[in-house]
Each structure stands twice: as C-alpha cells, then as structure tokens.
Design a protein around this ligand. Structure first.
Ligand code: HEC
Ligand code: HEC
Length: 147
C-alpha cells in the first residue's frame, strides 16, 4: 500500500490515521496510524531554542546575514525567515502582512525586547541581541511605512 503525507504547513510531530476497509469477515475495518516528524530545512533534526539564537553557529543565519544592514534589507536578512508572507506555508511568527498592521509602539517593543513564551528573541543590543538603536528604528520605519 502506498501512502502520501502532505507536510506543507507542518512542523514537528504529525500523526495521521488511515482506515483500511476490506471484505475480511473478522476485521473488516483496520485503522493504521502513521507518525512522522517534519524537519526544518534550516535546522534538520536539531531542536532549537530562541535563547541561543544569537550564539555560536546560529549566528551565521540569525545574526551575520543582517550585519550592517537596515530597513527592508535587514528585515529580509534577519526577520523574513520567521515572518514569511501569507502565501507561504510555514511561518513561526505572524506573516509580514500582519506585522504591518501593528501599532508603532508594539512593533518597537516586540523588536527590542522580544515576546516571551515565543521564539521571538529581543533583538536590541541591550537585550543581548545584535541590533543597535538605529537598526531597530529602521525596522519600525520599514514595517510602519509605505510598502
Ligand atoms: C542555515 C541557516 C540557519 C541556521 C544555521 C540556524 N537557523 Fe534558526 N532558523 C532558520 C530559518 C530559515 C528559520 C525559519 C523556520 C524554518 O524554516 O525552519 C529559523 C527559525 C528558528 C527558530 C524558530 C523556530 C520555530 O519554528 O518557531 C528558532 C528558535 C531558531 N531558528 C533558532 C536557531 C538556533 C538556536 C540555531 C543554532 C543552533 C539556529 N537557529 C541556526 C535558519 C537557520
Ligand atoms: C526565530 C523566529 C523569529 C525571528 C528571527 C523574528 N521573529 Fe518576530 N516573532 C516571532 C514569533 C514566534 C513571534 C510571536 C508571534 C507573533 O506575534 O507573531 C514574533 C513576534 C514579533 C513581533 C510582535 C508582534 C505582536 O503582535 O506583538 C514583532 C513586532 C516582530 N516579531 C518583529 C520581528 C522583526 C522586525 C524581526 C527581525 C529583526 C523578527 N521579528 C525576527 C518569531 C521570530
């Protein structure tokens, strides 16, 4: 029997059941359970914590990519991987279209300090992040400004 699982928009453990119906007089219906674990293309099997996102080898994608950039280019380098567009299947944080609707003070607070209980770390240098004040401002301006 061939089974195909559509993993688009999924991450981590996913469980699916398959009901097999036959003319077997003893057990005409059999439920099979399929357990799969959808891996991140970026992290493979490693489980990642946002507390270490700015350290060691994690810096390659989460810090170095945006080094020296500001505004749109900084967003694309450091943020877009977790704030994808509405059309994309998996976005750990709100899609960028939703971020654009958020009041300036909330944007600033989120970027500077992070959002506790989520994978959004504080990006300001004062919070152990990689961004200086002008970079934080440039992101707020980019997200609250015209498209
Ligand atoms: C090759 C580039 C790359 C490296 C290296 C990398 N990341 Fe990521 N990270 C990504 C991308 C891309 C995403 C967006 C989600 C996805 O596609 O898996 C992401 C998302 C995340 C998330 C959010 C995941 C979620 O689903 O909420 C965390 C937390 C994270 N990374 C932490 C880390 C840590 C910690 C390290 C170092 C051990 C690390 N990353 C190394 C590219 C990378
Ligand atoms: C590792 C994944 C990850 C990265 C990288 C990331 N974010 Fe987030 N972000 C999240 C998650 C998860 C949340 C909490 C859910 C939500 O509100 O979107 C969040 C929340 C936020 C919020 C608060 C939204 C609210 O409704 O309160 C803002 C603003 C924000 N992110 C902007 C950014 C910007 C700008 C960057 C780049 C500097 C960035 N994020 C990088 C995952 C990430």
């Amino acid at each position: 029997m061939e089974v195909l699982v559509d993993t688009s928009g999924k991450m981590g453990p996913v469980e699916k059941t398959i009901t097999v119906r036959s003319n077997d007089p003893v057990q005409p219906e059999l439920v099979l359970t399929l357990k799969v674990r959808v891996k991140s293309i970026a992290h493979g099997d490693t489980s990642v914590e946002s507390s270490s996102i700015f350290q060691g080898e994690c810096r390659r994608c989460h810090v170095n990519a945006g080094s020296g950039l500001s505004g749109r280019r900084l967003f694309e380098a450091d943020c877009a991987m977790c704030h994808r567009t509405k059309d994309e299947d998996y976005s750990p944080g709100s899609p960028v279209e939703v971020l654009r609707l958020i009041p300036v003070e909330v944007l600033e607070q989120g970027i500077r300090n992070g959002v506790s209980g989520t994978s959004m770390p504080g990006f300001a240098k004062s919070e152990g992040g990689p961004l200086d004040e002008s970079q934080v401002r440039s992101l707020v301006d980019y997200l609250s400004g015209p498209r």
